[in-house]
Design a protein around this ligand. Structure first.
Ligand code: PGA
Length: 242
């Protein structure tokens, strides 16, 4: 493990299989230390972690999950919704006592407040994060205030491009989402950010070595006191590590 001068812990792994195992070890340790609320993420990055959890004997039936985001306009049972993703990758096989995800069909005025109350009632012990090629965390795109709580966000073209692989065509990708805000993410006691692949290398370099700026949402993590980055060689390729 490397500790950067900004205090971020970095674990380098060979590939996403090993990354899933490392992230799993950290989740297991948190569980053993009494973690109750797990902040979870969607996307391809956490898939190997969820496989490790599914294949394990760990029991989450009295734990809670609070997810980062959901597309606006997709019903919970829509095949590309994040509700469906979480059921298929984790919740159907590994039941939690409560699972919370913003409702993509809810009223846009009231849903952010409702979700903030969920987060307030269930302070997040461990937050899993992926990262966008544009350094977004959750769907908090560049320019999002570090003081943001849950809000409706417009996806950037980069994000639409990156996520179109899950849809029949680009025009089917929703343009808006509800996302937990940066302030909410930062309120988690422990944060584990996972990144694989060359296309994440620049965002990781900016996260670790760049200025803390709202133009690079993930740079805010330099201000948190318990962040671990799990990176494969390609994602870590712009960093100087031992
Ligand atoms: P990915 O997405 O895991 O599918 O690369 C990460 C993200 O956009 O946060």
């Amino acid at each position: 493990m490397n500790l950067t001068d900004k205090g971020l812990k970095i674990i380098k792994v060979a590939d996403k299989q090993e990354g899933g195992k490392k992230a799993f070890e950290l989740i297991k340790e948190a569980l053993e230390n009494g973690a109750e609320v797990f902040g979870l993420a969607t996307g391809s990055t956490p898939e190997t972690l969820y496989k490790e959890i599914r294949d394990s004997s760990l029991d989450f039936s009295d734990k809670k999950a609070v997810n980062l985001d959901e597309y606006i306009g997709l019903a919970p049972d829509h095949p590309q919704s994040y509700h469906t993703f979480m059921k298929e990758h984790l919740f159907d096989m590994k039941p939690f006592k409560e699972t919370h995800i913003p409702n993509g069909l809810a009223d846009e005025e009231t849903e952010p407040n409702r979700y903030d109350e969920v987060i307030e009632k269930n302070p997040i012990d461990v937050q899993i994060l992926g990262i966008g090629t544009n350094a977004h965390i959750g769907f908090n795109e560049p320019g999002t205030s570090f003081e943001s709580t849950t809000q409706k966000v417009a996806l950037t073209q980069d994000t639409i491009e990156a996520n179109k692989r899950y849809f029949d065509s680009e025009k089917d990708v929703p343009r808006y989402a509800f996302s937990m805000g940066i302030k909410s993410i930062m309120s988690a006691k422990k944060i584990i950010l996972i990144a694989y692949g060359e296309n994440k290398a620049k965002a990781i370099e900016d996260t670790v070595n760049g200025a803390v700026t709202e133009a690079v949402p993930s740079s805010v993590l330099q201000q948190h006191d318990d962040v671990t980055l799990i990176l494969d060689e390609a994602a870590a390729s712009k960093l100087e590590l031992n």
